[in-house]
Design a protein around this ligand. Structure first.
Ligand code: DQA
Length: 149
């Protein structure tokens, strides 16, 4: 099974960007850890980072023809603004787990609203880089159960 990992704007700066909020792990180190974890579940992890909303929309739209089974996604700031990303997820009907490093509910009020969460199967937030691992585990477990049905 192929799992797509999508990271939105500014996440290429992880490790340097506001480390008190987002931690010191770089995106590269998070991706390489997730790739190993996915392999242990018999899955291939395909990673994609973009600062551009339309590129993320395109990537979600192409995920069916790419043979993707599920998506782990940190839409970053687009979480709070993007109707287009929400509609793309609703269109492809793939299971998506939304991830946030920080606890978005304990920060500025505008961060507690997610436009994308209602079309995801679940959300993991507040555990730093571990949020990604928890999300991947949850997605793989969801896919495994679904395949057994
Ligand atoms: C974030 C939270 C968002 O509010 C913010 O815009 C980000 C990162 C997180 O992982 O905690 O860029 O998605």
């Amino acid at each position: 099974m192929k799992i797509l990992l999508i990271n939105g704007p500014n996440l290429q700066l992880l490790g340097f960007r506001e480390p008190g909020i987002y931690g010191r792990d770089t995106l590269e180190s998070i991706v390489s850890h997730l790739r190993e974890l996915a392999a242990g579940f018999g899955c291939e992890l395909i990673d994609f980072q973009s600062n551009h909303e339309g590129e993320i929309v395109d990537r979600i739209g192409n995920s069916i023809s790419e043979g993707i089974s599920g998506i782990v996604m940190n839409p970053a700031a687009y979480t709070h603004t993007s109707v287009a990303i929400r509609d793309a997820i609703a269109a492809v009907k793939l299971p998506v787990v939304e991830v946030h490093l920080s606890n978005v509910h304990a920060r500025e009020e505008f961060r507690s609203r997610s436009l994308t969460a209602p079309v995801c199967i679940g959300v993991v937030a507040g555990f730093g880089a571990d949020s990604y691992e928890l999300a991947l585990r949850a997605l793989c477990s969801h896919l495994k159960k679904r395949n057994q049905q």
